[in-house]
Design a protein around this ligand. Structure first.
Ligand code: ADP
Ligand code: TPW
Length: 566
């Protein structure tokens, strides 16, 4: 690479990447600096792109992924070659699994050396590694192709089912010169990257005809519907038909959790007894028991709305598949519905209402108890009471018990405000999601974290403090993965340090730390932290015996039946 300055009628790969991103409305890059992208990041920042530098690429990639979900534009993560790239791939794969649009852009080493395995600095055939973990993967080998590479990456991330895209930029391409005239002509502004996908009229009428025969209809709303920004159309449909609905965890708030037609507090009854179920942007995967008994009845008939047609019949026969984007499908439903054509029966909604009431009363006793030390329910009640005063708060949630209890206890009333472990049930999204939520929305964020879950991304507390973000992290500290070890025993595979003072981590970076052992102090600390609009970390000490192994998914955890050795 020549250090000589180029003449005024020449530009280079660095400039072309930044210009192509800006031309396509990209405003933020998440990443970690190093060879060969350091100058690229500097240039991007100088040219007005907001750069958020992380301590680990996995979090930068998670941040880009959730930025994509929140904004509907692809989130951008930039990393160095080989190890930095690999760290980013976890976030890329998680984005693809969750259908979030993001682009992982990694610099790569000298291809002539990499391809002959001659041992370059950070040598790796990154394109081949990335390919199985994303929706599309491209490499740019000439500076005049940068515009096409970025345009293809944006379109692939956003169109149809959104997902992660990998874009490989060789060090050579970044530093290569190109005359300004050719460079200008090579850039592409992507027109209409996610065009509406209008459903076929016969699919719409097939679905409505089936729904009209239903005695006990139910609608399950998934994060695909939240991503599609279909809340207005779904509200009209749900309220005009009276159909009870169940939100999947990241679809909570699309319709408010306290909506009269929410069947969340009678979930098993509603699922087990529905005769026709509409799946709106939710896959019939493990999170819905694959549509199988004992949760589901084999008599239930399905209407499934999805932009990806390969989703239909993936687990159960789908009687009425509708290929289309959810906003367009519900708009079509609302237009086609004749008055009174679809109506949830009073007996069905009445029974759901009765069971909801019973379950809410049963839960209230647990929720209102004040044990010492705190347990998951009481601590979450304390958190809920503080959040209730701040309607704009974004909630990030991960852990096992912390996630399961958190999903049930923390109500949401705005769409796309709950961000969690998602389709994989992955640990380690916490700080990346929290940072991007604060950066992209400017609103306060509360990250409710199991102590084990927090450890996967804990160093990003420095990132939160460096950018002075309004993020409060609450650690549900019960000394272990799922729960703590009994006193006086050596640490087991699920044990973590007893009585860790996590709040001191943030103090090292100038943030506010709180140590809370009871519910009034927890509510007070969170209220104060939210009012400050500054970084804070609350160490909420929970009973180490609280919580169950694997949380609510113990049935997925294989157990050895061989008697232990004496
Ligand atoms: P959840 O975890 O909330 O159940 P999933 O991630 O399993 O949701 O399912 C989301 C589904 O939504 C995916 O199958 C995806 O193809 C679909 N999807 C994403 N965006 C859209 C859209 N705009 N219109 C229709 N379907 C969409
Ligand atoms: C990337 C396995 C699932 S839940 C969990 C782990 C390690 C942590 C549970 O303990 P925590 O929560 O966070 O203290 P709580 O509320 O029960 O006390 N590695 C990855 N993802 C997953 N899911 C795991 C490991 C796991």
């Amino acid at each position: 690479m020549s250090a000589e300055a180029m003449s005024a009628d020449m530009t280079d790969g660095f400039h072309l990447v930044v210009e192509a991103l800006k031309l396509n409305g990209i405003e933020t890059i998440y990443g970690v600096a190093g060879i060969p992208i350091t100058d690229l990041l500097r240039l991007a920042q100088n040219e007005g792109i907001r750069y958020i530098g992380f301590r680990h690429e996995q979090q930068a990639a998670n941040a880009a992924a959730i930025a994509g979900y929140l904004t509907g534009k692809p989130g951008i993560c930039m990393t160095v070659s080989a190890p930095g790239f690999l760290n980013g791939v976890v976030g890329l794969a998680n984005a693809t699994t969750n259908c979030f649009p993001m682009i992982l852009i990694s610099g790569s080493s000298d291809r002539s050396i990499v391809d002959l395995e001659q041992g370059d600095y950070e040598e790796m055939d990154q394109l081949s590694v990335a390919r199985p973990h994303c929706k599309a993967a491209y490499r740019v080998n000439r500076p005049q192709d940068i515009g096409v590479g970025i345009a293809r990456a944006i379109r692939a991330a956003l169109s149809g089912r959104p997902g992660g895209v990998y874009l490989d930029l060789t060090a050579e391409v970044l530093a290569s010169g190109l005359d300004v005239e050719t460079a200008k002509k090579s850039l592409i502004k992507v027109v209409d990257p996610a065009p509406p996908s209008i459903p076929a009229p016969q699919s719409v009428s097939r679905a409505l005809d089936l729904l009209a025969t239903a005695q006990r209809p139910l609608m399950i709303i998934g994060k695909g519907a939240a991503y599609a920004r279909a809340e207005a159309e779904i509200k009209t449909f749900v309220e005009s038909t009276g159909i009870p609905f169940l939100p999947m965890s990241m679809a909570k708030g699309l319709l408010p959790d306290d909506h009269a037609q929410s069947a969340a507090a009678a979930r098993s009854y509603a699922i087990g007894n529905a005769d026709v179920v509409i799946l709106a942007g939710a896959r019939l995967n493990w999170l819905l028991s694959h549509g199988r008994a004992p949760l589901w009845s084999d008599k239930t008939q399905f209407i499934q709305i999805d932009i990806s047609t390969t989703e239909f019949d993936s687990n159960r026969a789908i009687a009425a598949p509708i290929a289309g984007d959810i906003k367009s499908v519900f708009a079509a439903f609302n237009t086609a519905l004749k008055p009174g054509q679809v109506k949830a029966g009073d007996a069905w909604t009445g029974e759901i209402g009765k069971r909801k009431q019973q379950n809410i009363e049963r839960m209230a006793a647990r929720l209102n108890a004040d044990p010492n030390p705190m347990n998951f329910s009481s601590a979450l009640r304390a958190v809920r009471n503080a959040i209730a005063t701040q309607p704009d708060v974004y909630v990030v949630n991960e852990g096992a018990n912390t996630l399961d209890f958190g999903r049930n206890i923390i109500d949401m009333d705005k769409p796309r405000h709950r961000l969690d472990s998602g389709t994989w049930g992955v640990m380690g999204i916490g700080m990346g999601y929290a940072i991007a939520a604060a950066v992209e929305t400017g609103k306060p964020v509360v990250a409710i974290e199991g102590d084990s879950a927090f450890g996967f991304s804990g160093m990003e507390i420095e990132t939160i403090c460096r950018y002075d973000l309004p993020v409060t992290t609450i650690i549900f500290n019960n000394n272990g993965v799922y729960r703590g070890d009994p006193e006086g025993r050596p640490y087991s595979p699920t044990g973590l340090l007893r009585d860790a003072h996590y709040e001191r981590i943030i103090e090292a970076f100038g943030g506010a730390g709180y140590h809370c052992t009871d519910t009034p102090s927890l509510t007070k600390a969170l209220t104060e932290a939210l009012a400050s609009g500054k970084p804070a970390l609350i160490n909420a000490v929970i009973d180490p015996t609280a919580g169950t192994e694997s949380g609510h998914i113990q049935s997925l955890n294989p157990k050895s039946n061989v008697a232990p050795k004496k």
